[in-house]
Design a protein around this ligand. Structure first.
Ligand SMILES: Cc1cc2nc3c(=O)[nH]c(=O)nc-3n(C[C@H](O)[C@H](O)[C@H](O)COP(=O)(O)OP(=O)(O)OC[C@H]3O[C@@H](n4cnc5c(N)ncnc54)[C@H](O)[C@@H]3O)c2cc1C
Ligand code: FES
Length: 260
């Protein structure tokens, strides 16, 4: 896999501690698919040898957007980069989501930063004239991506744990009102959300629905070399970086997944 330099077009704090970075990278932008990710080199002079995995948030022409929380050394370094600085990226990596041609109504459910790849998926679904409902959950209103940064044309429903915006409770509790009419469901969020979807399938109205999820695992290489991201599935051991990060919800052996 070749590495390609990307230049920063813009960077700004989209929510407290969360940065929206637009980069120019024709290679990634022209080959990307929703649900794929890039491995970003963070830090100077190999001070952080492992690249950081970040989902592709949006594509516009030869531009690619990343949206990330500052949680540690790597993401803090990335948040401090300025316009025109070069960033070293590997990607696009992973398999990505698949929208079936025959699907007309798409339901997306995002828990926390799970919104990142689902915005790109919504963009593509809308482009293919699908109807898109987006359920978004966060701890409180301050952690919800501002509405002007979401694709125009989606039906948006929000939930916050503290009730500061939308429904008060977990975003999965919104599923019974929306799952029935969906031809396909796509989810991105914490393991606890997926477990809830598996364990309360009937109660949440998910029985018989095709559901694709994006898994987040700690990654070393992102290239299928280090086996750090191995997960047990119904068809054997898989590497999230290469065989995923998108899997069928029912394909994962959830009893063996370590909680976030
Ligand atoms: C496929 C994929 C897509 C992701 N997309 C996004 C995104 O779009 N936005 C976002 O905010 N976060 C995303 N994450 C999580 C993000 O990769 C971590 O928050 C980031 O690597 C932390 O790096 P750090 O140096 O700031 O933190 P540190 O904790 O200092 O990182 C130390 C090491 O742990 C690894 N690491 C730490 N947390 C994670 C994690 N949750 N997942 C994988 N590796 C981790 C780092 O890569 C690094 O090697 C994604 C993770 C995966 C696996
Ligand atoms: S991160 Fe190294 S094999 Fe997946």
């Amino acid at each position: 896999m070749k590495q390609y330099p990307a230049a920063i077009i813009s960077s700004r704090e989209a929510m407290p501690g969360t940065y929206l970075l637009w980069l120019r990278s024709l290679h990634v932008a022209s080959g990307a698919k929703p649900g794929q990710f890039v491995m970003v080199r963070c830090g100077e002079d190999n001070e952080l040898p492992l690249r950081r995995p970040l989902s592709i948030h949006r594509i516009d022409g030869d531009g690619l957007a990343l949206l990330f929380n500052t949680v540690g050394k790597g993401t803090r370094w990335l948040s401090q980069r300025q316009k025109d600085e070069p960033i070293d990226l590997l990607g696009p990596l992973g398999n990505g989501f698949t929208i079936y041609t025959e699907s007309r109504q798409i339901l997306l459910i995002a828990g926390g930063m799970g919104i990142v790849p689902l915005v790109y998926l919504a963009d593509i679904a809308l482009k293919h004239e699908k109807r898109v409902t987006l359920l978004v959950g966060a701890r409180s209103a301050a952690q919800l991506l501002p509405e002007e940064l979401l694709p125009r044309g989606v039906t948006l429903v929000t939930a916050t744990e503290d009730g500061t915006q939308g429904y008060q409770g977990y975003v999965s509790e919104l599923l019974p009102d929306h799952a029935d009419s969906a031809d396909q469901i796509f989810a991105c969020g914490p393991t606890a959300m997926y477990r809830e979807m598996v364990q309360r399938k009937r109660g949440l109205g998910l029985e018989g629905k095709p559901i694709q999820i994006s898994l987040e695992m700690r990654m070393g290489c992102g290239l299928g070399v280090c086996y750090a991201c191995t997960v047990r599935t119904r068809s054997g051991l898989k590497q999230v970086c290469q065989d995923g990060p998108v899997f069928e919800l029912d394909g994962i052996i959830w009893d063996e997944m370590i909680p976030d």
